[in-house]
Design a protein around this ligand. Structure first.
Ligand SMILES: Nc1nc2c(ncn2[C@@H]2O[C@H](COP(=O)(O)OP(=O)(O)OP(=O)(O)O)[C@@H](O)[C@H]2O)c(=O)[nH]1
Ligand SMILES: [Mg+2]
Length: 456
């Protein structure tokens, strides 16, 4: 779907549903004129930018609502166009009526993300920043909010732009050499080029590595709850979530697929994943569940390993701990069902350090477990002011940039001709440009902005 960019668009910019107020936003050349046709109070076309106006919206003689209109005159607005925001009463009925009236007077409904897309088109910010707007709106923890805000302000893009500018300089020098092949001159010092490429690679690698962390910030620290069948994993998930999300029963092998949800602990979002109990089984479906549990454990940032204090022996627990240690992923040993623990086992367990004892069912010592979880996640990693990549598209472009830069280095090593060298540099420039939007295609833009919802 392609719509003209000089249409005037309208959409509800606050959430659907009933509220104290709702904001209807218009953007485009006719935004003020169209609003003026339905607004009674003042002549909006004669008011300065960044002013508020009280009045009523009328369909002919019929008053639809009393409203406050905010005016933003181009280019000093979010989209860079004339923008009018009508704050009306938050009833879906009123909102519908006002939007219909505006449509009748020449506006058209905005498509998903179209306000932000226009802001991008008018150079209000670059692509990485536009995507950060989406992240910011979706952010649900303090840290994801901070990362998105930082990115929206341009921290991330500026770094990429600076690097790219330096590389552009070399690319042009080398392309210039191509015009003088006969003379066999070198405008671009190969040593300087190598140093620059190595510098860029360092930054690109750091950004690539930050993606794992970025992912965690956006989607929560993946925390797997594992253990033998009946250990109380689903009971623990429910207790942490404060809702009966997973089925609990005394039949071993109840959970067969993953059940997961997010919980905020100390400003960080954790994604807790309840899994199928680990045991050898002849049941086909359960066996698939067990297989998947192992796979999930390997991808986790943290494992909460539960053992049943009413069932296990010190030998079986020790065996499980050994297996976990070999996985190399941080884990917490949790003794569950402390309310009915075997006294002998408790005594024997004194030899194993660092066990957190809880009762998932009676909700005993869940705070102790939460403290342990937070202590194990390196909080310093999260408070970094450094740049963090959270976007898959950026990550892909960075990986391709890295490959192209490595080709440049290889080319320098083997002394390939200028034209090949120039080509490799151009590849790297292309992928770097994809991140900030200096290189775009209609497909790419469509893909990004369609992920926003209408009104953004
Ligand atoms: N006494 C006691 N019983 C518990 C506790 N936690 C869980 N249970 C009981 O243990 C049984 C198994 O609990 P689940 O949460 O279904 O165990 P699970 O680890 O998810 O089991 P699978 O999904 O089969 O692997 C249920 O009957 C729970 O009521 C606890 O802290 N104390
Ligand atoms: Mg279960």
């Amino acid at each position: 779907m392609h719509y003209a960019i000089d249409d005037t668009i309208v959409a509800l910019s606050t959430p659907e549903g009933t509220g104290a107020i709702a904001v209807i936003r218009l953007s485009g050349k006719e935004a003020i004129a169209i609003s003026n046709r339905v607004f009674k109070g003042k002549d909006l076309t004669r008011q300065p930018s960044h002013t508020l106006h009280y009045g009523s919206i009328r369909d002919g003689e019929k008053v639809l609502d009393e409203v406050v209109v905010s005016l933003f005159v181009a280019p000093h607005s979010f989209t860079g166009e004339d923008v009018v925001e009508i704050s009306c009463h938050g009833s879906p009925f009123i909102v519908r009526q006002i939007i219909q009236l505006l449509l009748k007077h020449g506006a058209r409904l905005a498509t998903a993300g179209e306000f932000t897309k226009r802001a991008f088109m008018h150079g209000r910010f670059d692509l990485a920043q536009a995507e950060a707007v989406a992240d910011l709106i979706a952010s649900d923890s303090e840290i994801s909010h901070k990362t998105a805000l930082n990115q929206m302000r341009g921290g991330f893009s500026q770094e990429i732009k600076d690097l790219r500018a330096q590389l552009v300089h070399f690319a042009s020098m080398i392309e210039l050499e191509l015009d003088f092949v006969e003379e066999d001159v070198e405008f671009a010092s190969r040593d300087d080029l190598r140093r620059l490429v190595e510098d860029i690679l360092r930054v690109v690698n750091a950004l690539i590595n930050s993606f794992a962390l970025g992912n965690v910030i956006k989607n929560g620290v993946p925390t797997v709850i594992a253990g033998k069948p009946n250990a109380g994993k689903s009971t623990l998930l429910n207790a942490l979530l404060n809702e009966e999300k997973a089925i609990v029963s005394d039949i071993p092998g109840t959970t067969r697929d993953f059940i997961e949800d997010e919980i905020l602990l100390g400003g960080i979002s954790f994604r807790f994943i309840d899994t199928a109990g680990l045991r050898e089984t002849t049941d086909k479906v359960e066996a698939i569940g067990v297989e998947r549990t192992y796979a999930k454990m390997k991808q986790a940032s943290l494992i909460i390993f539960l053992f049943d204090l009413t069932e296990e022996t010190i030998t079986s627990i020790q065996k499980d701990i050994n297996v976990l240690e070999n996985l190399g992923i941080p884990f917490i040993r949790v003794g569950n069902k402390i309310d009915q623990a075997q006294p002998d086992l408790l005594k024997a367990l004194e030899s194993i350090p660092d066990i957190v004892y809880i009762s998932a069912e009676k909700r005993e010592n869940l705070e102790g477990l939460k403290d342990k979880i937070m202590a194990l996640v390196d909080l310093n990693k999260f408070s970094t002011s450094g740049t963090i990549v959270t976007n898959v598209r950026h990550y892909d472009s960075l990986v391709k940039t890295k490959e192209a830069l490595e080709d440049v280095l290889k080319g320098l090593d083997s002394g390939i001709t200028q034209d090949f060298l120039a080509q490799d540099i151009r590849h790297a420039l292309h992928y770097l440009g994809e991140i900030t939007g200096e290189i775009t295609t209609e497909d790419l833009l469509g893909n990004i902005f369609s992920k926003f919802c209408i009104g953004k």
